[in-house]
Design a binder for this molecule. Structure first.
Ligand code: FPP
Length: 244
């Protein structure tokens, strides 16, 4: 059953690797881009479900900095899908109280897509029901490198002492710096790895892997992940009262 309306521990921030679009499409004898389109529909269902369950932060991995290595046609179709999703969905998301954020190196996208993302962020900036953070052209290591550069520049300018650098300094300088760390990470599609996603932020996150291919993922699968999360004991490196 839904975690909605129950007193079970609920994640404040869910992060998802939406994997399995390609295999889903190939299983139907269709091109991979058909799977990405169906993946977009799955994402809409999960956004609805998060709104219903009052989960305030959702981060999804829509395009990694390594995804440029895919066949040119697949990359082109993905860009078209992002642009049409922006044109079609932003008004509805805005009306539902969703604040959109795009995290990653946007400079690699064409002007229409980049401006569409920036406009969507601006339009929805005051919404508070759900922050939907879409990681695009994002890589966890690149994010840490960029933060390191910013910190080094502060040191070089004499505004920061090396001894004053702590975890907060690094966290603040990450692209996702202002978001709470994810409580629950979900990866669909059967693979059990992080694939360069949120390397810093997942340090104490509960990891959940399922075999469902992303286009098939829906409300009931999210509830299974939420139930698994509710059954986990989070110790953050400490001990529980029972073991103390
Ligand atoms: C991974 O599946 C999925 C992607 C690289 C793209 C994710 C994009 C969407 C779900 C589209 C919707 C997003 C927005 C923001 C509109 P894969 O292709 O690696 O699948 P495979 O492992 O079966 O090959």
């Amino acid at each position: 059953m839904a975690a909605e309306g129950t007193d079970l521990p609920k994640p404040r921030h869910v992060a998802i690797i939406m994997d399995g679009n390609g295999r889903w499409a190939l299983g139907q004898g269709r091109p991979r881009s058909h799977g990405h389109q169906a993946g977009g529909e799955a994402l809409k269902r999960v956004i609805e479900a998060c709104l219903k369950r009052r989960i305030p932060y959702l981060t999804v991995y829509a395009f990694s900095s390594e995804n440029w290595r895919r066949p040119a046609m697949e990359v082109r179709r993905l860009m078209e899908l992002f642009l049409s999703a922006l044109n079609r969905e932003v008004r509805r998301l805005h009306e539902a109280g969703v604040k959109l954020r795009f995290s990653g190196d946007l400079s690699a996208f064409n002007a229409a897509l980049r401006n569409g993302m920036l406009r969507a962020e601006h339009r929805t900036r005051n919404n508070t029901r759900l922050t939907l953070n879409v990681a695009v052209n994002y890589g966890g290591r690149a994010e840490i490198v960029a933060a390191t550069r910013r910190i080094a520049a502060e040191v070089a300018a004499g505004r920061l002492q090396p001894d004053d650098i702590d975890e907060q300094t690094v966290a603040r300088n990450l692209i996702l710096g202002s978001l709470p760390e994810p409580d629950l990470f979900i990866r669909t599609g059967g693979e059990q790895r992080l694939s360069n996603f949120l390397l810093w932020q997942l340090a104490y996150t509960e990891l959940y892997f399922c075999d469902v291919l992303w286009p098939d993922f829906g409300e009931s699968h999210l509830d299974e992940a939420l139930a698994a999360f509710a059954g986990r004991e989070r110790r953050f490196g400490g001990v529980t009262a029972r073991r103390a």
